[in-house]
Write a protein of this length. Structure first.
Length: 456
């Protein structure tokens, strides 16, 4: 594996602990056992030296860059670290041409692209011919859903692996290793209790880089006496945001606060909603988590009473994604107040839950023949789609066709309220049902008369 060094490299003592403790092998790598455990797909690909182009999707600090470096070293490939933040198409083409040249010499290149979601479509497309020719093995890293952030042509040529946030156990083990390893603080006498290491791990919230950076800070600020470094609780609390420490993102308080926000908005209390929102954001909550909960709320508690609520919630998510904290706090406050003041209806939630309960009990219930698709002659011969009525062929855009299974005929799942815009939908639904009732009755009578004529 070839990596360039410079004359002005920092001395090991000046290098951040997270860099010094970067795992050098899969055996040192922490976490991701669902991908790297014995017999797992990614582990087998690495062991067999059959690594494809791939995307690592996961939160910050879980080892995306480190894993790419380990793969390159284990497969004896040339490793190029490429940043989507500082590179354009010109730089991409230069690197690709160099990779093509080394391929002709029999060397394989692994190109690691950090934050690949920051590349625009044209930049991502520049990789395509080189990935297809095998000039490079592309490993992209992203914290965002690649289905939305990586263009489909490139994504279809890459295998996506989802990396998970490290557990508190993973991080505690990593911190203990940093205290014992000569690359870390192994040459120093550092006194820090297991409980304190657990607090550092909890504060890091699954991020190894944050955990090691915090440990480095508390050790460097520890009390030094007779060659021994002692980390006290006072020092630890000064180095860790106390509010974040009290707000365990995986614990009860996390769920208590999101529940408080949800119920305040449901109770149409914008002041309480903004307060609980601020409590979460100021304690370090991930803004996109809050935004996702608001998107759910918009349909669960408002629904068709104000369909714009869903638009506002999605817009708040996008704004939070674009600008991040602290600027996006006002976007989330915008959404929280709008959702609080919007008329409320849980008709969609209640309807879906009722339908889901029936669906689970009746998974084998066949789809009525009339609404089955019939793409082949055999299916047509079996009466798939026979009698189907295409609504657009009718002036009223309505038909009397039965779409529910016989056993559920007449079942109501969506029962609109009279709140906000949903009152209009309730009126429309009533008109549709009355139209169908009248026309089905007319069809029934016509069928009876036709039958009577045949019998006479």
């Amino acid at each position: 594996m070839n990596e360039q060094t410079t004359f002005f490299q920092a001395s090991p003592a000046d290098t951040p602990l997270a860099t010094r403790m970067r795992p050098r092998s899969l055996e040192e790598f922490v976490g991701q056992r669902h991908l790297l455990g014995e017999g797992k797909v990614l582990r087998q690909l690495i062991d067999r030296d059959r690594v494809p182009s791939m995307i690592f999707w996961g939160p910050p600090g879980v080892g995306k860059t480190t894993l790419a470096r380990i793969i390159a070293g284990r497969t004896q490939s040339n490793f190029i670290n490429f940043s989507a933040v500082t590179s354009g198409i010109k730089e991409i083409k230069e690197v690709m041409n160099e990779a093509e040249r080394t391929r002709m010499l029999g060397e394989r290149t692994i190109l690691f692209v950090d934050e690949i979601h920051r590349f625009n479509k044209a930049q991502q497309d520049a990789f395509l011919p080189f990935v297809e020719r095998g000039s490079i093995v592309l490993i992209g890293a992203t914290t965002e859903n690649p289905s939305f952030e990586v263009n489909s042509a490139l994504l279809s040529r890459c295998k996506v692996f989802v990396l998970q946030a490290l557990t508190q156990e993973d991080l505690t083990g990593l911190l203990a290793r940093a205290l014992a390893d000569p690359r870390g603080f192994g040459g120093q006498d550092v006194e820090i209790t297991p409980d304190m290491l657990g607090m550092v791990a909890g504060f890091a919230n699954g991020d190894a880089r944050t955990a090691l950076g915090t440990l480095e800070m508390v050790v460097l600020n520890g009390r030094r006496e007779q060659g021994k470094v002692t980390v006290t609780m006072e020092i630890l609390e000064q180095c860790i945001n106390k509010k974040s420490l009290l707000y365990d993102k995986n614990g009860e308080e996390h769920y208590n606060l999101i529940s408080a926000l949800h119920k305040s908005m449901r109770n149409s209390d914008p002041d309480a909603a903004v307060y609980w929102l601020a409590r979460m954001l100021e304690a370090g909550e991930e803004p996109l988590y809050v935004a996702r909960r608001m998107i759910r709320f918009a349909s669960e508690d408002i629904g068709l009473a104000d369909s714009r609520a869903l638009e506002v919630a999605v817009a708040a998510y996008q704004a939070s994604h674009f600008i991040g904290m602290p600027e996006c706090s006002v976007n989330l406050a915008h959404a929280a107040v709008y959702l609080s003041l919007a008329p409320k209806s849980n008709a969609l939630e209640a309807g879906y839950m009722a339908a889901a309960a029936d669906a689970q009990k009746m998974l084998a219930e066949p789809v009525p023949l009339v609404i089955r698709n019939a793409p082949t002659r055999l299916m047509k011969d079996l009466d798939y789609g026979k009698g189907y009525q295409y609504a657009h062929d009718y002036e009223s855009k309505l038909t009397t066709m039965q779409c529910l299974p016989d056993s559920l005929l007449g079942k109501k799942y969506y029962v609109p309220t009279t709140q906000g815009s949903e009152a209009r939908y309730a009126q429309r639904l009533q008109q549709i049902e009355e139209w169908k009732r009248v026309h089905r009755e007319a069809e029934r009578k016509a069928e009876e008369e036709n039958q009577n004529r045949k019998e006479r």
